[in-house]
Design a protein around this ligand. Structure first.
Ligand code: NAD
Ligand code: GLY
Length: 363
């Protein structure tokens, strides 16, 4: 993997994203954002045995007087609940965390979202350092400050905006990431091409083999280009009053699929892959784009080994009912991020439900 890259996220609460190999063993890089003497190191049952001791040892070596408690969630989306959040809050209480305490979120997007939300709420907000270990978390969830947990009624329905104090993406950790999770991350990488950068989608198509074979240079470039896109968007629109909504391309469908499968079917990246194809097809159906563009996006996602059709057992009517509860829906009707072609996404309000149902039935 190539040398470290640094991307600044400006705005009301600026921070840096550092990307590169070996960051979890870099004592100074890990300890630099720490202001106080209390650390809650949050992780999950897959990631903690691999990396938590190393992070804890490095922090203690850099700051001998610090207390580091660990908090480990069962791995998987099913843990991203109010109960999991409550357990994280209990861990902060047991730590005696003061206002200058810091939560280190070591893991994928599930840990990052839940631990970030705990940091947002403890004493009305303490520091959080994101240590993403999945590709998806490196390119998306660790950046931008969205934190949340799920309810049975839907994804991310309880949460807060709480920007991290720093993001340290140690690309060496991708070596232990399961293939399925690597592909899920590639769905969110492809999203940036789909919404704002048609040339990037072409680059991904050309480098698909290298990415799937985890070639260092290909992964480093995909992560840096994705983070640069995300950083630019969240800097301009941190609270999703406008442009940031484009990052939800495919997510209205995807979130309904995840909730419809009780967060135990397709994973987030896979559901987003299906959702992006459905959003592209809906765009074509409404006359905003062409089916040829949708075919092009679908081909890249298929090349990555991602699902592109609705899983069996999900009734279109039930999915539509879930979409009405999506955070992007407004009182007036369904809103979707659609596109006018690859790299040209926009928010479209009042999309007729009959058209959405037609796309779901065709999928
Ligand atoms: P995840 O956190 O469940 O991680 C996927 C799996 O990979 C888990 O089993 C995890 O234990 C394992 N894993 C992670 N890193 C590993 C490593 N280096 N080695 C071995 N195993 C590893 O899922 P995810 O795909 O990382 O994140 C999905 C979540 O992120 C969803 O809840 C989604 O809603 C959220 N998300 C949030 C944002 C945001 O802006 N906050 C953006 C996108 C997605
Ligand atoms: N992943 C969507 C966002 O950060 O806004």
């Amino acid at each position: 993997m190539s040398a470290r890259q640094r991307i600044e996220v400006g705005g009301h609460a600026p921070y840096a994203i550092t990307i590169g190999p070996g960051l979890l063993a870099d004592r100074e890089a890990l300890a630099a954002p720490l202001r106080g003497r209390h650390v809650l190191l949050a992780s999950d049952s897959h990631v903690a045995p691999l990396y938590a001791d190393g992070v804890s040892d490095a922090l203690l070596a850099a700051r001998p007087g610090v207390r580091v408690d660990s908090f480990v969630l069962p791995a998987g989306e099913a843990s991203k609940t109010l109960a999991g959040f409550g357990a994280a809050i209990d861990a902060l209480a047991a730590l005696g965390a003061t206002r200058d305490a810091c939560v280190y979120a070591l893991g994928g997007g599930v840990v990052g979202d839940l631990a970030g939300f705990a940091a947002a709420c403890w004493m009305r907000g303490i520091d959080c350092v994101q240590l993403p270990t999945s590709l998806l978390a490196m390119v998306d969830s660790s950046v931008g400050g969205k934190t949340a947990v799920d309810l049975p009624q839907g994804k991310n329905l309880v949460g807060a905006f709480h920007p991290p104090r720093a993001v340290l993406a140690d690309t060496s950790t991708l070596r232990t990431l399961p293939d399925r999770e690597l592909r899920a991350g590639l769905a969110e990488v492809a999203k940036y091409g789909a919404i704002v950068d048609a040339g990037f989608l072409d680059w991904l198509a050309a480098h698909a083999s290298g990415l799937l074979e985890r070639e260092d240079a290909a992964l480093a470039e995909a992560i840096a280009r994705s983070c640069a896109h995300k950083a630019a968007i969240v800097e301009r629109d941190p609270f999703e009053h406008g442009e940031r909504a484009l990052l939800n391309f495919g997510h209205t469908f995807g979130h309904a699929i995840e909730a419809g499968q009780a967060f135990d079917g397709l994973n987030h990246g896979e559901a987003v892959a299906v959702g992006m194809v459905l959003a592209a097809r809906l765009s074509a159906r409404l006359g905003h784009a062409t089916d040829a563009d949708a075919d092009r996006l679908q081909a890249v996602l298929e090349r990555f080994g991602l699902p592109v059709a609705l899983p069996r057992g999900l009734a279109p009517d039930a999915l539509l009912a879930r979409m009405r509860l999506d955070k992007k829906a407004q009182a007036g009707g369904l809103r979707f991020v659609l596109w006018s072609g690859i790299g040209r996404a926009r928010v479209v309000a009042d999309v007729p439900e009959a058209e959405v149902l037609a796309v779901l039935r065709a999928a």
